[in-house]
Design a protein around this ligand. Structure first.
Ligand code: G3I
Length: 407
């Protein structure tokens, strides 16, 4: 066996010195790691555009560096009762635009309990795996949705008559299994979804976890998710918390308590399901800012702006203008808060929106028509994203690629 020849001591010392110098240089020049949720000044930070992405007038292209503009990925849920095949796997134009327009994706239903854990001893990862693979291929972040919720739980869980200890172990196993499977591939998780009612009280009756295990289970869910993936940002997520009100204040106070106890809560997100029937939540930015001041990241995670459709089903120009302004104001509020670096719309085309299924006579809530043509709301987002870059406004006006919207 050939004796391993060690270099002479002198050469070793010189080699060690060289290595140390190289390491020191790397440390000195490496950019400081961004603090959790820290903002990067637009135009600085990582350029998230995948190499070779042709300069396009897409949302992800004009977005400031480090800013995630995302969409839900259509599948499961209401889609299962519609007369079309699962969009993500069958609609090529949908897939093309999902890749070209967005640098973040959220499985709309494919990671919810009823979908991913249909039987106690059976997981169904196929659709979530495909979405995560798609995101990896297209340089997109993934928002995991959701681990602890009162809705879309499978019958075996809701009707299982489990003891509290059994339920606790079921939740722990689910979180460790699902978050663990996507470790390093899902950057943000909605750990606890919609846990408070409009008065800021826990939804104890509807939520099996709160009802059977008490509110302390929330801290455990965050701890288990952090154990499974220490790098994922762990969020609260809810609707009706865009403004400063009893519900958002309940999250604010709970976040303070959990942070004080060392629980790994990293973010608070507002779903921002808006409607032009109601006023825009003008204190959205202030609300996000107060969570930012706690040191947690914020995000808008399910943005859409619905409307009551006229009898002919075609929105008026005034309705579309108000919708565009609401989208713009919501995005601008996020862009104005350092730690809000993620803005996701709950589906980008009216073709697959949940709104008409849920709300009779309402719809047109997204930024593209059924045929993927852009709506004024799309252009409002594009301009706000472009203007968030240094010199963005001028560049936006000048670039022919934006002609469709710039007009
Ligand atoms: O499970 C029932 C089934 O028993 C019944 O036969 C069938 C027909 O009525 O309905 C099934 O329920 C469907 C449910 O998904 C579960 O699959 C509903 O019809 C369907 O409308 C529902 O849609 C999803 C909804 O969450 C469920 O709450 C939507 O696709 C999805 O976009 C929506 O997303 C939620 C977020 O996760 C959380 N924030 C609110 C947002 C909008 O509700």
């Amino acid at each position: 066996m050939r004796a391993h020849r060690y270099p002479p001591i002198g050469a070793m010392r010189f080699g060690v010195v060289l290595t140390l110098v190289a390491l020191l240089m790397a440390l000195v020049t490496a950019p400081a790691p961004a603090a959790r949720g820290a903002a990067s000044t637009p135009g600085q930070g990582a350029d998230l555009r995948p190499p070779g992405l042709a300069k396009q007038d897409t949302l992800r292209w004009v977005a400031p560096n480090d800013f995630r503009i995302g969409s839900a990925v259509a599948g499961g849920g209401h889609h299962e009762q519609q007369p079309y095949p699962p969009p993500f796997f069958n609609d090529e134009e949908y897939r093309r635009l999902l890749a070209a327009e967005f640098n973040s994706v959220t499985p709309e239903n494919q990671m919810k309990w009823e979908f991913i854990h249909p039987q106690q001893n059976q997981y169904n990862f196929a659709d979530a795996d495909a979405i995560v693979a798609f995101a990896r291929e297209h340089g997109q972040h993934v928002r995991g949705h959701t681990l602890l919720w009162h809705s879309q739980n499978p019958p075996w869980l809701e009707q299982g008559n489990f003891t509290p200890d059994e339920l606790r172990e079921i939740l722990r196993d689910h979180i460790l299994t699902v978050v663990g499977r996507y470790k390093g591939q899902v950057q943000q998780w909605d750990v606890a979804n919609e846990i408070f009612d409009g008065s800021g009280n826990f939804r104890t009756q509807e939520n099996i976890w709160l009802r059977e295990l008490g509110p302390d289970i929330i801290a455990d869910a965050f701890r288990w998710a952090h154990e499974a993936d220490p790098d994922a940002l762990l969020f609260f997520n809810d609707f009706g918390v865009e403004g400063i009100n009893a519900k958002s204040t309940a999250y604010y106070e709970l976040t303070q308590e959990l942070l004080a106890d060392g629980v790994p809560v990293h973010g608070f997100s507002a779903q921002a399901h808006l409607s032009i029937q109601f006023g825009f939540p003008g204190d959205l930015e202030a609300n996000l800012q107060r969570f930012d001041d706690l040191g947690v990241a914020t995000a808008l995670t399910e943005v859409d702006v619905r409307m009551v459709l006229p009898p002919d089903g075609v929105p008026t120009d005034a309705q579309l203008a108000r919708q565009a302004d609401d989208y713009r104001r919501a995005l601008q509020a996020c862009l104005n808060v350092d730690g809000c670096r993620s803005f996701t719309i709950w589906g980008f085309t009216d073709k697959y929106s949940w709104v008409p299924v849920f709300f009779a006579n309402e719809g047109a809530a997204t930024v593209m028509w059924d045929d993927f043509e852009r709506k004024p709301a799309y252009c409002a987002l594009q301009r706000a994203l472009a203007e968030a870059n240094p010199g963005g406004a001028e560049r936006y006006e000048r670039h022919p690629a934006y002609a469709e919207c710039a007009g």
